[in-house]
Design a protein around this ligand. Structure first.
Ligand code: HMG
Ligand code: MG
Length: 308
């Protein structure tokens, strides 16, 4: 298999954690509902490929995201392998479902904009915090780890450019609830490199260091990898990515696939940054999943290597 030339760049982190979101962000946006056994195999293959964190599914309302209505069944199939995998929970009902299964990692997902909060959560901005507060409190009391996402960190299809201050306000409110990590989502992929730097600087100015931040890029305009590189230069060490570049949000007009795990792994390898992921195994997994979905992977690295 072809591998990238390696030339480290001074000043970048030595090691990065890839937070795989393919089974959740990837499959929530597919027209077809993937059989639950194939989802379990997808998760297992990603773990076997060395991905340290695989977000498995969402405990949201099944009518809102029918693609993930089999969340409990999936976690049942995964058994002991599943209990340490994070799942999305928007509210106490979602948390109860996760607790019933003994899961240990949950993620809440807030919005930086009023319109997307309404569309994605059926709540206004202030109401979203009221919904999340008991979720985080009860999860922490039960010994769970809580991640928080904030969506629409760069631009919003209804509200346009989202000011850095507005994102910092939303993100710090979610962290203040008790979340350990904040993932900054470019939900519709409109961010560019300078904006990434400005956003990270905005959080640092508010006392939130890069050790508490993760970046979650979507690749709608082909900027995800450039944005990840900009974030590396800012010292970010956790990146969300989706095997094969699957992904999108059913409640965000024009959201397309996430940064592909393979594209990220290729760049990190070339930069000499440790990530612990077996590129060939992820490419094989994405090629197999492309067969399940009946369409080719959008990832440039998957296309190049699968055809090699
Ligand atoms: P709602 O309709 O306002 O809910 O939806 P409600 O609280 O009024 O409850 C209505 C009924 O739903 C009740 O049942 C509840 O029990 C039930 P009833 O008493 O009428 O029989 N219910 C539930 N059932 C199962 N699981 C639940 C649940 N909650 C309520 N968790 C809600 C509010 C938040 C539930 C809804 O808006 C929802 O499910 N939204 C999820 C949308 C979503 O999943 N979007 C995609 C993920 S976000 C994303 O992709 C962005 C990200 O990748 C980062 C980025 O890219 O920026 C993370
Ligand atoms: Mg997303």
């Amino acid at each position: 298999m072809t591998l990238p030339m390696v030339q480290p760049e001074a000043g970048l982190p030595e090691r990065v954690t890839i937070y795989e979101v393919g089974p959740r962000d990837g499959l929530q946006n597919e027209q077809a509902v993937v059989p639950v056994e194939a989802k379990a195999e997808f998760v297992r293959r990603l773990l076997a490929a060395g991905l340290p964190v695989v977000e498995a599914t969402s405990f949201v309302h099944p009518r809102w995201v029918p693609q993930l209505a089999d969340a409990a069944e999936l976690m049942g199939l995964l058994g002991d392998e599943g209990v340490d995998l994070p799942v999305l929970v928007p509210n106490e009902r979602g948390l109860d479902r996760a607790l019933e299964l003994g899961l240990r990692h949950v993620a809440i997902f807030g919005s930086a904009t009023e319109t997307f909060a309404q569309k994605n959560l059926n709540r206004g901005l202030d109401e979203q915090y009221a919904m999340f507060e008991p979720v985080v409190r009860r999860a922490l009391d039960a010994g769970l780890d809580v991640r928080a996402y904030v969506s629409m960190c760069f631009g919003d299809p209804w509200e346009g450019t989202v000011p850095v201050d507005q994102v910092v306000t939303a993100g710090t409110r979610l962290l203040d609830l008790g979340a350990t990590q904040l993932s900054l989502g470019d939900t519709i992929g409109v961010g560019t490199a300078g904006h990434v730097k400005a956003l990270v600087a905005g959080f640092e100015a508010a006392g939130v260091g890069t050790d508490r931040l993760a970046m979650h890029f979507h690749d709608t305009y082909g900027q995800a990898l450039a944005n990840a590189h900009a974030a590396l230069r800012c010292g970010i060490t956790t990146f969300d990515a989706s095997a094969g570049g699957l992904g999108g949000c059913p409640y965000a007009k024009s959201a397309t696939g996430n940064l592909a795990t393979e594209d990220l792994v290729w760049m990190l390898t070339g930069l000499g940054i440790e990530h612990g992921v077996d590129l060939g195994a992820v490419v094989e997994t994405s090629t197999w999943m492309a067969g399940v979905l009946g369409r080719p992977s959008p990832s440039a690295v998957v296309r190049a290597l699968a055809g090699a």
